[in-house]
Design a protein around this ligand. Structure first.
Ligand code: NAD
Length: 468
């Protein structure tokens, strides 16, 4: 079967979900299409001459402003991919009730080909090109990290924008995912992976859903294979291993995989990879040079956290996982999705499961606009109230409150506590909305279609209310 392109696949999901809704004629076509595509080519001079770079910023839906979405650096990116990712951002933000429209950006580049100084020059120039046309702006268009970019690139972009707009008091809010000492927020770097963990936890709170996937009980002991130990995959695997007692039985990277039936120490494996460039030689598992066939290894949960198009019509019939938890964007092609659904594999879709990044980006944006760290005003007041409660309990009962419990009562929430609480609340609430729609509407065949239907409904309401 020939695969649809990433964008065609996203639009098919959209069409299926829209059929279950009663939208005013024509509105669906408006919501589905990308509003604008900005493509730019710019030269950078090197010792041996100029090199021309190509970049994109695609705005999918402006039903809320600013629009939001990461910027990826990749050698193989094209416009189709950026449009698909921009559309997913609109749906994702709607599902998790983050009041942003959707966008995405990309630069065609292999960051590994350039030293740090060159990367800084290229990134600053790209930021200028985008900002000059309104494609970076705290009120209109707020990028974030994605594949191949991180805190460093966001700090350069924010600084470049601030230089261009020195009188804009909210300039720092022009991008999110910045380092904490450059206007970032605690918990952002782990947020997408943390969201994957919290989303899976919520799924496992619903025993009927777990049973439908052919599993039982909680996350503890579940065999998980994860593809991609990057900004998303690493925290997701680490937290699931360390906090939920799940067994990470496989870690698949582009240059080799690590397998261990009893589970891999994720932190140790990551440190080895950072030091040596791959898992080869790491003693806490068996190294396998070709990782791609291992997507088909037996496991309970497969977490693709690398890139799109990894599970295709070709390998979908051989996937053995009961659950595919889409940490990456678009890791399962449209064709594979149909095959997996027929086989009863439960897919927890990207438009929900990897939304943690944009949720915490929203908190960072609010922090930048309010110019104050979350929790700064209330934390000590909360601690004082906690102290009074402990004193009252001890006075009234004549007994002392056990130490750990007393500490928990006294604890005032700091920034990281608040970020985690807000993220947890969002991930739980969004999953409940999705399963409710899935279970209550028989024309909705799976969780992905339920997610799309919820998103389209919310976006259409916003469009109708403001006047399209
Ligand atoms: P990243 O560049 O930090 O990490 C990607 C990892 O996958 C790297 O370790 C890379 O070596 C590995 N990888 C690449 N190709 C591979 C292959 N063929 N097989 C195995 N491993 C491979 O990127 P990221 O930010 O973690 O993004 C990963 C995915 O998550 C992307 O689809 C991205 O769009 C999505 N996502 C990212 C965020 C975010 O906040 N960074 C948010 C939502 C969704």
């Amino acid at each position: 079967m020939s695969e649809l392109s990433f964008l065609e696949g996203v639009n098919r999901y959209y069409d299926l979900a829209e059929q279950s809704l009663d939208l005013p004629p024509g509105l669906g076509a408006k919501i589905k299409a990308c509003n604008s595509v900005f493509m730019v080519r710019f030269p950078i001079g090197f010792r041996d001459g100029y090199k021309v770079f190509t970049g994109w910023r695609v705005v999918h839906s402006e039903h809320f402003l600013p629009v939001k979405g990461g910027i990826r650096y990749s050698e193989i990116v094209d416009q189709d991919e950026v449009e698909a990712l921009a559309a997913l951002m609109s749906y994702k933000c709607a599902i998790v009730d983050v009041p942003f429209g959707g966008a995405k950006g990309a630069l065609k580049i292999n960051p590994g080909d350039y030293d740090d100084t060159s990367m800084e020059r290229i990134t600053r120039r790209f930021a200028r090109e985008l900002a000059n046309k309104g494609y970076i702006s705290p009120s209109l268009n707020v990028p974030a990290p994605d594949m191949g970019t991180g805190e460093r690139e966001m700090a350069w972009m924010a600084d470049e924008y601030r230089r261009m707009e020195p009188t804009d008091i909210n300039a720092m809010a022009c991008v999110t995912g910045k380092p904490v000492n450059q206007g970032g927020i605690l918990g952002r770097s782990e947020a997408t992976g943390r969201g994957v963990q919290l989303g899976l936890r919520e799924f496992f709170r619903h025993s009927e859903d777990v049973k439908r996937a052919g599993l039982n009980n909680g996350l503890a002991g579940k065999r998980i294979i994860i593809q991609g130990l990057g900004k998303v995959g690493y925290p997701a695997a680490k937290f699931l291993h360390e906090e939920d007692d799940a067994r990470i039985t496989g870690i698949l990277e582009y240059n080799g995989a690590l397998l261990h039936p009893d589970g891999i120490d994720v932190e140790a494996a990551k440190q080895w990879q950072l030091a040596h460039g791959s898992f080869e030689g790491f003693e806490g598992g068996t190294f396998v040079p070709d990782s791609t066939p291992l997507l088909e290894e037996d496991c309970d949960i497969l977490i693709p956290a690398a890139m799109e198009g990894q599970i295709t019509s070709e390998n979908a019939p051989r996937i053995k996982a009961n659950i595919i938890a889409e940490a990456a964007n678009g890791p399962v092609t449209y064709g594979a999705h149909q095959i997996l659904r027929e086989r009863g594999v439960v897919i927890i879709p990207d438009i929900y499961l990897n939304a943690g990044g944009v949720v915490v980006s929203y908190f960072e944006w609010i922090k930048n606009l309010s110019h104050i760290r979350l929790g700064r005003l209330g934390r000590r007041a909360d601690e004082a109230r906690g102290d009074h409660i402990v004193t009252a309990l001890e006075t009234m009962s004549g007994k002392s409150v056990p130490g750990e419990l007393a500490d928990r009562i006294r604890h005032g929430a700091g920034e990281l506590d608040l970020v985690r609480s807000g993220l947890d609340d969002t991930m739980r609430d969004a999953y409940q909305q999705i399963r409710e729609v899935y279970l209550s509407r028989k024309e909705i065949p799976d969780l992905r279609t339920a997610g799309f239907a919820i998103a389209i409904e919310k976006i259409s309401r916003a469009n109708i209310m403001m006047g399209v």
